[in-house]
Design a protein around this ligand. Sequence first.
Ligand SMILES: Nc1ncnc2c1ncn2[C@@H]1O[C@H](COP(=O)(O)OP(=O)(O)OP(=O)(O)O)[C@@H](O)[C@H]1O
Ligand SMILES: [Mg+2]
Length: 221
Amino acid sequence: MDIVTVQNLKKYFGSGPRQVRAVDGISLSIEKGKLTAVIGASGSGKTTLLNLIGGLYKPTEGTVIIDGVNLGRLQEEELTIFRRRKIGFVFQDCNLVPELTVRENILFPLALDNSRPDMIFFEKLTGLLGLQEKLDDFPYMLSGGGQQCTAIARALIARPAIILADEPTGSFDAKTSQNVAGLLKMTTDTFHQTLIMITHNLELAQLADYVVRLQDGRIVQ
Ligand SMILES: Nc1ncnc2c1ncn2[C@@H]1O[C@H](COP(=O)(O)OP(=O)(O)OP(=O)(O)O)[C@@H](O)[C@H]1O
Ligand SMILES: [Mg+2]
């Protein structure tokens, strides 16, 4: 079953001679539970594509269908709720809230949604990510890898069907990158989630079921 379907997707920024065709006619389907790596040179449109799939950008043209729902048909508020329940984001800079502990940061999305945490799942997830001893720490007390693990746990806690990760390992050395990406793959595998990960690291791309290579906003072989 395809959980993501993208049809003739385009995102243009600006107009006239300065117009940038960041995503310029992309179609793809992603099967549930698979890992897709998105690769390509800087400026090739990777982040723009991810933000379109996640409903953070409105397409200039084309459609994004997530789990049978056409994002273009949702009202703004419906889209916000859909995103919160279905999609987990992991960004390069973790965007943790500095005043909140690791535990509070992880549970934050559930608080926004007024939903009650499944504490058995919380313990399993934080255990897998090696965070159990750090739950009362504040983000500044953690290493970069620890902060990224917190961001991963936060993205996964609501058990979204899809995780979108934009260079989650971008600022790390090779070994830490492998670990963080490996953890992301392991947790999403464990919970049968679909992971779409942008990476510059070809070794990480080899972990993937599919590789999407972008050039000038289009898919190339
Ligand atoms: N908000 C925006 N306004 C105008 N142009 C933009 C905007 N976002 C992206 N672009 C342009 O669209 C193109 C694709 O950008 P994008 O950020 O998607 O590339 P990327 O593949 O993620 O690059 P990187 O590897 O450097 O992160 C670039 O030319 C970029 O300058
Ligand atoms: Mg980018």
